[in-house]
Design a protein around this ligand. Sequence first.
Ligand code: HEM
Length: 425
Amino acid sequence: MPPTGWDLRDHRVAGADAQPFDPFELPDTIQLGGIDDPYPHLAEARRRGSVLAEWPFPSDVVALEQASDEPFTSYSVLGHDDAMRVLRDHESYSSGVLAEIMGPMLEQTMIAMDEPEHRAHRTLVAPAFRPKLLARWQEELVRRVVDELIDSFATLGRADLVRRLTFAFPVRVIARILGLPACDSERFQRWSLELISMVVNWERGAAAADALRCYFADQVAERRVRPRDDLVTELVETQVDGESLSDDDIFAFLRLLLPAGIETTYRSLGNLLFALLTHPDQLDEVTRNSELREAAIEEGLRWETPVVMIPRQSTRDTRVGDVDIPTGSMVNIFLGSANRDERQYEDPDRFDIHRTPAPHLSFGSGPHMCLGMHLARMETRVALDATLERLHDLRLDPDAPRPRIVGTAFRSPDALPVRFSVAPT
Ligand code: HEM
């Protein structure tokens, strides 16, 4: 049963989602962050040091909001090796600050926990991402979702791939993996998006968090009575050393999957397609040679990192590079900068699928390293394969405005207007 005071059916009838939902009418939910290209600022900051006791953007471009009147210094970790060092040192840098910043979106979720609590939670949910399940999802579900989306515009010869493909794709995959009824997908997408965009509209995000909790409570209660072949059932039944997940743990994890698994994947797929469409020679190569696609996906993740920055708070006096960081400081790790560190990558601003493989930090590192990275890679691969197989002679639409990748903390293209040839019927 849903928690006292909530009636799920009220949301269905009276909620705003009675109206058809077009997320693109809410630009604040899509854009998140006002900067077109943070990379020149990050490169300039890196020249001043791998670790800085300052914010790397000019404050008239992107300011760091201060939560209290206490004077504080924020530290920026910009270099590849130092970023990795901080991410791996979970004793000196706490993830708890994520719950403070994102509130209802991430509180009580493992991403905002420290050891040993974090490990205990991660161990419990990790089996839900085992390779055997991924292989099944790939075959039975992911390709089907992408084909359905492409079917809806394949005969038109032109489309905005953000609106028609990349945006809807991961949310549909997650909804099916979880086993949510198809008729609920629109409101699930709406709540997900409102939750994800909490930073721009706190109240709307908090209401979505409540609605999702209530919705998931219903789903979990149903699986306890009638187990099914889906991820919610997996979570209900998972046991490690005789211990199962509590309902609260399950809600928290499901809520985490939305920002962690939908937002990031939609952005990274968009970034990859943007990179290929703006580098037609490399698009042509990956179209003709599928063996190059894996490298293209990794280079896309490095070149346009979907999550540019992740925060930590120092739990003791530490030193990174040649900078002393006192206890309690905000330490922002710029994955986007680490991935373009010229000491790690030659000509780092160039998108090059033939680059000597150099591991990137887009999935983080250390104990919190992305739990869904194999799922994300698989989804991206399936979507790329389907796009290249089905949309022949794919190119940017010459009559549409040239797309841009936008955003400061999260980045992806605002649109991807393309043309392609339509096979005669
Ligand atoms: C390209 C897509 C993705 C990117 C770039 C990405 C990136 C990241 C990063 C950087 C972290 C570490 C955060 C930190 O250290 O504070 C993380 C954690 C996480 N990601 Fe992903 N992610 C992606 C896709 C996914 C997917 C598809 C899922 C699941 C459906 C997922 C689930 C998670 C979870 C559960 C965590 C928390 C792990 C922990 O705290 O131990 N991610 N992700």
